[in-house]
Ligand binder design. Structure first.
Ligand code: CP3
Length: 354
């Protein structure tokens, strides 16, 4: 049997074209599954993330049910901040909320005084959850992940979820020195969280810069991309890397995180694309050295099966324009999704849907 590092997912991320794209779903572990909702009763989100048996079981649920080609570690982008001692909780139906928003230069100084190495020391529950999960998964690869510096900052500076992330984007221009100190520190936080998962056995990683699409290309290049690269680049050449954001059409080429400077020491192996940009157009922008991931429109999960199936087939056909393709949604599984629809998409991708 192939090992996880020889799995269809890892091979596609490395650029090997296959007859059928491997498939997994962002937020496949979560509220769309009744078995998840049952397990979560009485346990707060971040407590669940830091309870190894529970986090592992939740990670495995969608693999058993849907037969996806990869597991994605059940955790959250704010977990490493909690491990660093930052006061944060996840409000159901809303998202991450911080007790003390990080808005001024002195707020940034206070936060960045924390040594990111503290995360690695406090990460025992994450390490244990990954180890249990990898042992259970056998041949199926586990994808580890982290939030990218900008997406983390979008929550931290605001103190909670926001639509246009005005405060974080404002800090870039009002106080660039503080912004770069904050984003540089967050890059170390993201990298620490990814490293812990890789060291414990994750076969690939995804950096989520979900809100990068709110930035102008100029701001993305000047204030964000160097920090995302700092988070991910130390892993280049170890496990395959995926870089994902929503609404990133105008910055898609930048999402490869190529260092135009001195020595081109690598790039993200794959770029995740949302539903707005057809994958053949994305492939033309990304070029011959990048795998594409995506991009079934989550809105179509409620359409009649023949409509959705035609859409899935179209996504797969357009994905052939890239060097390789990993089938996914354009963003996370909506909580109200009928899970049987996801199972059927997997079967279709595997050529088993009649
Ligand atoms: O994809 C997976 O299955 C792995 C688990 C995962 C979660 N969050 C679990 C979760 C991953 C990869 C994340 C990443 C994450 N968290 C992102 C980036 C991905 C994206 O969707 O763009 C972001 C922006 C967050 C922040 C966050 N955490 C939000 C916006 C929410 C939703 C709040 C809500 O209730 O609507 C969370 C909570 C969260 N993270 C849930 C899950 C399963 C829901 C918690 C619950 O079950 O009550």
């Amino acid at each position: 049997m192939p090992q996880p590092h020889e799995s269809a997912l890892v091979r596609a991320l490395r650029g090997e074209r296959q007859d059928r794209p491997p498939v997994w779903f962002m937020r496949q572990a979560g509220r769309s599954l009744p078995e998840y909702r049952e397990l979560r009763v009485g346990t707060r989100m971040l407590d669940a993330c830091l309870t190894p048996d529970l986090a592992s079981e939740i990670t495995l649920q969608p693999v058993r049910r849907h037969r996806v080609d990869a597991a994605v570690f059940f955790s959250d982008i704010v977990v490493p901040l909690k491990l660093a001692g930052v006061e944060v909780h996840i409000e159901p139906g809303r998202g991450p909320v911080f007790a003390d928003p990080v808005r001024t230069a002195s707020d940034v100084d206070r936060l960045t005084a924390i040594d990111p190495a503290a995360i690695v020391e406090a990460a025992a529950p994450v390490r244990e959850a990954v180890q249990i999960t990898v042992a259970e998964l056998g041949d199926t690869p586990l994808i580890g992940f982290a939030g990218a510096p900008f997406t983390l900052a979008a929550y931290l500076v605001e103190g909670g979820p926001s639509k246009e992330h005005l405060r974080a984007r404002g800090m870039m221009h009002a106080d660039p020195a503080s912004w770069h100190r904050l984003a540089g520190w967050l890059a170390q936080v993201s990298h620490a969280f990814l490293s812990v998962q890789v060291a414990a056995g994750a076969s690939a990683v995804q950096l989520f810069d979900s809100w990068a699409g709110s930035l102008s290309p100029a701001d993305y290049r000047a204030f964000v991309a160097p920090h995302s690269r700092a988070a991910l680049a130390p892993l280049f050449g170890t496990v395959p890397t995926i870089h994902f954001g929503v609404g990133t059409g105008p910055i898609l080429a930048d999402m490869r995180l190529i260092d135009e400077g001195a020595d081109a020491s690598g790039r993200a192996d794959a770029v995740g694309v949302d539903w707005r940009l057809p994958l053949d157009e994305a492939a033309a922008i990304l070029g011959p050295d990048t795998t594409v991931q995506g991009n079934i429109d989550p809105a179509l999960l409620t359409a009649p099966w023949d409509v959705l199936a035609a859409h899935v087939d179209d996504v797969i056909a357009r994905g052939r324009a890239a060097r390789a393709h990993v089938l996914n949604l354009g963003h996370g599984v909506p909580p109200e999704t009928d899970p049987t629809v996801l199972t059927r998409i997997v079967a279709r991708a595997h050529g088993e849907d009649g």
